[in-house]
Design a protein around this ligand. Structure first.
Ligand code: URA
Length: 244
């Protein structure tokens, strides 16, 4: 059986079609296959990231289909140790999208992002700019499964999960994305710059303005940087107001 044929069959068996569609011609000379995607393609697993950017047109999935697909995902090794996937929480038509790196132990147990100590601080940060997680705010992570021992997700794990986040972003259509911490910022911006050099600027992800600030878990350990995070939130608020 040819490779595309086999892949289609596996996708069908996993209930992932017609979510993934092939464009008529997939060999685009302008392909921007990243190293991570090449790595993903070398792994014999069916996953969103096994498709090139040219093959991956878009998920047509609605929220329920997407959430159920994520809950069954076995694309990377994180599925082996998760209690459950942590999809996201909040207003599905939010103007604000906050993106962290990945669930911790409490989130893995509860199935909701940012519900541990870092989550309490995030709630306080939101309250400081008159926001809360149920209204005009959606919160999710780069990876939907807990990395063991709270390690950072690997490039490949982030890459495998990226199409799910992309679809969430397309469904929400936020006005502004706030990347919480280095892992989120570097993955969303495809950058290896430090957080200090990424702060204080309006970047863009999928055409949506994106601002970088510190991760709340980092702020719990580094109280002096709370003032900088406050500055970032004010910057985000001003940016949002200029967009409205
Ligand atoms: N840290 C994150 O990045 N995300 C969570 O959901 C919890 C802690």
């Amino acid at each position: 059986m040819t490779a595309p044929h086999r892949r289609n069959q596996i996708l069908a068996e996993l209930g992932l079609t017609p979510l993934w569609r092939l464009r008529p011609e997939v060999s685009n000379p302008n392909s921007t296959l990243t190293e991570a995607n090449s790595l993903a393609k070398s792994i014999d697993a069916v996953s969103p990231a096994n498709l090139t950017e040219q093959e991956f047109i878009d998920l047509d999935a609605d929220w329920n289909t997407l959430q159920s697909t994520v809950s069954r995902c076995t694309a990377c090794q994180l599925h082996e140790t998760r209690t459950q996937t942590v999809f996201g929480v909040g207003d599905r038509k939010a103007d604000w999208l906050f993106i962290g790196e990945g669930p911790g132990a409490t989130e893995d147990a509860r199935g909701e992002p940012f519900v541990g100590q870092a989550g309490k601080l995030l709630d306080q940060m939101l309250a400081a700019i008159q926001l809360d997680r149920g209204h005009q705010v959606y919160i999710t992570n780069i990876v939907k499964c807990r990395p063991p021992n709270n390690r950072n997700p690997s490039l490949n794990e982030a890459r495998q999960c990226a199409p799910y986040l992309t679809r969430q972003i397309k469904l929400i259509q936020p006005k502004l994305i706030v990347a919480l911490g280095k892992v989120a910022a570097q993955n969303l911006l495809n950058s290896d710059e430090s957080i200090s050099s990424l702060r204080g600027k309006v970047h863009s992800h999928l055409g949506i303005p994106l601002i970088v600030t510190y991760h709340p878990a980092y702020l719990l350990r580094s109280l002096p940087d709370k003032a900088k995070a406050w500055k970032d939130l004010c910057f985000a608020l001003n940016t949002m107001q200029s967009l409205s």
